[in-house]
Structure formats: C-alpha cells, structure tokens
Design a protein around this ligand. Structure first.
Ligand code: MN
Length: 202
C-alpha cells in the first residue's frame, strides 16, 4: 500500500483572498506531494506498508528522521486541507463550541491563544488544537513536521485543527507578515469538520 494525496474539496483558487491559488497549488502539488513520495520510499518493503499513517506516527522512533519528517509532513497537510473551506470561518456551532468555551473560557480567548501559538513558533512548524488524554482541548505548537501523534514530542493528543506556519504556506502572498496569514486562516476554518473530528475522537 502506498499513501496518496487526498482530493481537495475545493479548487486552488477557492480560498482566495485568504489563501491565494498559486500558493495552494505549489503547497499541495509540490510540497505535500513530496512528503507523500518520500514517505512511500521510507516505508517501502517494511511492515509499515500495511499500517495507517496514524499507527505509523503514534509508534514513531523520533530518531528515524526520514519517517518523522515525511510521515509528519504527509499527515499534517492531509489534516490541514481537510479543516479548510471557502465557506468556513466565523464562530463554530455544536459541541466544539461548548468545549472551546469550557477549555478556554471564550471563543475570543481560544482565538488569541491559538494565534499566539502560531505566531510565536520560531522558524517552521505547526500550531495545533488537540484533544488531550483527559478529553479536554489543548493548544500547542510543534517544530518542522512534528505533530501531537508522535510520542515524546512534548505536545500530545489527537489533533483536530492545525495551521501550517512554514514560510512556504504564506510567503508568496504575505511575505514576512505571518500574523496577517494567521488572521486570514480564521476566515476559512471548516468548523463543521473540526466539530466532526471532535465528536468522532471523544
Ligand atoms: Mn506546508
């Protein structure tokens, strides 16, 4: 079995003006595709070929850098595309809204904390909203292509929302203005999907 790129539920230009078409195209067809190809090469002929990406990452040896970088890169982008929508943004409905209020006091407070995690990640990485082992929501960030499924990463849980803060995700449109990119992200979050992920993982 080999890992394939997921189909996008929207076209490259559908997220404009928040995420521009050229960035989306390069990000998906070059960057994400590269991680998928390198992941497939890393697991070829091993027993990992029969495992799911979640299984591979949750039993990862952090010293295996090919698997760590490319398995992470493959999974992280799959989740990222899934939680974006041209009809997204705003304030969520449903259980995720109640749980955000419980965990962070208010949606505004959640937004501020998540934005801070994304803005303060030095260099390349990701910001996350996770379900922790106590079934509560938690915000954290990781470097490079690491993610909360990886054991011992210092940010553990089941990720249900994520933001890519690598420069390749925003530089064409936003250059050094990462805070503007983070603001734009909040206009296109697919909260229905995040709510679904929350419900199916608790
Ligand atoms: Mn990326």
């Amino acid at each position: 079995m080999s890992f394939k790129l997921p189909e996008l539920n929207y076209s490259y230009n559908a997220l404009e003006p928040n995420f521009d078409a050229r960035t989306m195209e390069i990000h998906y067809s070059k960057h994400h595709n590269g991680y998928a190809n390198n992941l497939n090469a890393a697991i070829k002929g091993t027993d990992l070929e029969n495992k799911s990406i979640k299984e591979i990452l949750s039993s990862l040896d952090l010293n295996n850098s090919a698997l760590r970088n490319n398995g992470g890169g493959y999974f992280n982008h799959c989740l990222f595309w899934e939680i974006l929508s041209p009809k997204g943004g705003g304030i969520p409905n449903g259980e995720i809204f109640n749980e955000i209020n419980k965990s962070f006091n208010s949606f505004e407070n959640f937004k501020e904390n998540f934005s801070k995690a994304a803005a303060s990640r030095f260099g390349s990485g990701w910001a996350w909203l996770c379900i922790n082992s106590n079934n509560r929501l938690e915000i954290c960030s990781t470097a490079n292509q690491d993610n909360p499924l990886m054991p011992g990463i210092g940010c553990e849980g089941i990720p249900i929302l994520t933001l890519d803060v690598w420069e390749h995700a925003y530089y064409l449109n936003y250059q050094n203005r990462r805070p503007d990119y983070i603001k734009a992200f909040f206009n296109i979050i697919n909260w229905e999907k995040v709510n679904e992920l929350y419900i199916s993982n608790t």
